[in-house]
Write a protein that binds this ligand. Structure first.
Ligand code: TMP
Length: 232
């Protein structure tokens, strides 16, 4: 397999079909735009398990993703998509950068959920995008943006229903979407505690990457606990 691209948490290889790629989940953990970095044994496997669980759940509710099939413990086959250079963050409760940037008190509920857009560009530190910026940047068509925002909120309802019944609060998460060769817009990347905040319901106890970002404990152990709670 030829390596096409290596990101912070994944490697992307070509596959035997020109419209598909193989994605490998790495054990690497990073935070603060890569300033903090470690390799944590088993993390790739665990995040693929979460991604399989959540993407299967979303598929069963009609949300289409780039996944073609799950291959083994660390790899999946996906449709080749052109990823929009936009990170879409949905927030149900205040945590992380929204508290630092705007002074919201941690744990405050956002109803309806807040949707933010960030430019997917590590060299610029993934800055926040205003809708007015988009007019001057050739990142996404207006109707495509409307579609992914709607999808992100549908995804929110599906995830909340599942997680709440298991005693987990979905605080916030980041999604990425891409356009397949036939023009269809598909959910891409992953859904795992790397790109979501999960709290034990009724508390602000993190079972997500904040454990690593804030040195609150052992990431693999916390992710393992969440796997157990969700029955994965
Ligand atoms: P933030 O509070 O740091 O803006 O993060 C919001 C959500 O997005 C949180 O669930 C973590 C996730 N996220 C990523 O997946 N990748 C990133 O690079 C950042 C900054 C956040």
């Amino acid at each position: 397999m030829k390596l096409l691209y290596e990101g912070k948490a994944k490697k992307i290889y070509n596959s035997d079909q020109s419209d598909q790629v193989i994605i490998e989940f790495k054990d690497d953990a990073t935070a603060f735009n890569g300033l903090k970095k470690d390799s944590l044994d088993g993390k790739g496997k665990i995040n693929l398990k979460f991604t399989r669980y959540f993407f299967d759940l979303l598929h069963s509710h009609g949300i289409k993703s780039h996944v073609v099939s799950f291959l083994d413990e660390t790899t999946l086959k996906a449709k080749k998509v052109d990823i929009f250079q936009i990170e879409l963050v949905v927030r149900n409760y205040a945590a992380g950068s929204i508290c630092k940037r705007l002074g919201f008190e941690k744990g405050i509920k956002f109803s309806p959920p807040m949707v933010e857009l960030f430019l997917k560009d590590d060299s610029l530190g993934d800055p926040l995008l205003c809708k007015s910026h988009l007019k001057y940047m050739n990142l996404i068509a207006e109707e495509d943006l409307l579609f992914i925002e709607k999808q992100a909120l549908k995804i929110n309802d599906i995830l909340i229903e599942c997680l709440d019944s298991k005693g987990i609060t979905l605080v916030d998460y980041k999604l990425e979407f891409g356009k397949a060769q036939d023009g269809e817009i598909l959910l891409a990347d992953e859904i795992s505690p790397d790109n979501c905040r999960f709290w034990v319901k009724g508390t602000m106890e993190s079972l997500d990457k904040d454990v690593y970002r804030e040195d609150k404990g052992d990431l693999v152990q916390s992710y393992g606990r969440l796997l157990e709670i969700l029955g994965i």
